[in-house]
Design a protein around this ligand. Sequence first.
Ligand code: NAG
Ligand code: NAG
Ligand code: NAG
Ligand code: NAG
Length: 378
Amino acid sequence: MARRTKFFIRAGIFISLLLVLWNFFWVFRLQQPDKIPTKIESALLSSVPQSMNDVEFHTPKKYLQHGNVPIEKPLEIHIAAVVCGNRTNETIVMIKSALIMSSTFIRFILFADETATSSLNGTVKLWPENVLNRMSLDLRPITFPADKAEEWKKLFKPCASQRLFLPSLLQEVDSVLYMDTDTIFLTSPLQVWEHFNKMNKMQMAAVAPEHEDFSTGWYNRFARHPYYGNLGVNSGVMLMNLTRMRQFGWEKYVVPIYHEYKSKIVWGDQDIINIVFHFHPEKLYVYPCHYNYRPDHCMYMSVCKTAEEQGILVLHGNRGSFHNMKQPAFKAIYASIEQYSFGGDLPTLSNNIKESLTKTVDTSCGKLMNSLPKLLKI
Ligand SMILES: *[C@@H]1O[C@H](CO)[C@@H](O)[C@H](O)[C@H]1NC(C)=O
Ligand SMILES: *[C@@H]1O[C@H](CO)[C@@H](O)[C@H](O)[C@H]1NC(C)=O
Ligand SMILES: *[C@@H]1O[C@H](CO)[C@@H](O)[C@H](O)[C@H]1NC(C)=O
Ligand SMILES: *[C@@H]1O[C@H](CO)[C@@H](O)[C@H](O)[C@H]1NC(C)=O
C-alpha cells in the first residue's frame, strides 16, 4: 500500500515537473524573434488577402507611424464623377483645379463612357510626374450594379442616373466627394472633405441648398414633388458616406421613388435625392452656399452671404455657364484654369483669373466676384 502511494506521489511530481518544463519551453519560444521563413513560406506569407493590400494602399505611411492611435484625418480624398458625351474638357478642368488647390493625395474615381475614357486617360498621362504622384485615376465603365442591372436598365438612362448607384458600384469605398463635371475647386478639396468630421452619426451625405430665398427659389415655386427643407438642395457637390448609404439601403428607396414621381421629376437624380431626404431629413447635412456657388447666387443680386464673407470655395457653372456667354465671370475663371499647364507659375494663374474677371465687371456676377475678399487662396 505504502509503496503504491510513494509511486503515485513520484509519478505526480514527475508529471508536474514535465508540465513546468513545457510551460518554460513555450514562454521561451514566444520570446524568440520570428524565425526566418523558408522560401515557400515567404511566398505564402506574401500573398496577403486583397483587402489587406487595400488597407495598406489607402494608408499613407505617415499615418501608420502613430501605431494604434485612431486615425481621424482622411487617409486620402476620393473624388467621384460621371463623365459622358462632351464633358471631358470640363472634367479635366475640375480635376486640375483639385490638384492645383491641394497637396493631399487624391483618388479620382470616374465613371465614363468609351470616348471619355480614352480621352481622359490620354490627357492625364501627359501630366508631369510630380502631379501624377499625388493622384490616381480610376476609370470605370458606366454600368448598373450586377444584381439588378436588367431592372434598372429598363428604368434609367445609365449616364444620368449613374451616381445614384455609387453605394453598390463602389462596395470597397467608404466615402466619396461626388462632383458634377461643371465644377471648379477654388479651395482645397480637403476643406470640403473635412465636413465628414462635422457630420453626426446619422448623417450620410452633405450638400448645399438649391436656393437662398423664396422669391427666386425653384423647388418652392415649381416642384410638384416633395423636396428637402424649405428650398431643396443642389446635388452638384455632394459628400457621400457610402458605408452609411449602404447601411441605410439607399438603392431600395430609389426605384419606388422613381415609380411614384417619374412624371413630376424635372432635374433627374437631384430630384430623387431631394425626395429621399424630404422623408429622411435627419440623414442629411447641409453646408453653406459658398461650397456650391452658382449663377443663381449672383445673377439678380448677391444672395450667398457666406461667399461675401469667406469667398467662393467651389464654383458650379451649371446650365452651361462655363461655356456660354450668359455669365462671362464663370466662363472667365473656367478658361483661365483650362489654359493653365501644370508646372506653370501659380501666382500668374491667380493674376490671369483676376485680370480676366475685371473684364466682366459690367455683369452682375462679374461685379460681385470682383468684390470678393479672397477669390483664390494661391
Ligand atoms: C475640348 O478641348 C479641345 C482642345 O482644347 C477642343 O478642341 C474641343 O473643341 C473641346 N471640346 C469641347 C466639347 O468643348
Ligand atoms: C455638348 O453637346 C451638347 C449637345 O450637342 C451641347 O448642347 C453642349 O453645349 C455641348 N457642351 C459642351 C461643353 O460643349
Ligand atoms: C490608360 O492608358 C494606359 C497606358 O497609357 C493603359 O495601360 C490603360 O489600360 C489605359 N486605361 C484605360 C482605362 O483605358
Ligand atoms: C462613414 O460612416 C462609417 C460608418 O458609420 C464610419 O465608420 C466612417 O468613418 C464614415 N466615413 C467618414 C469619411 O466619415
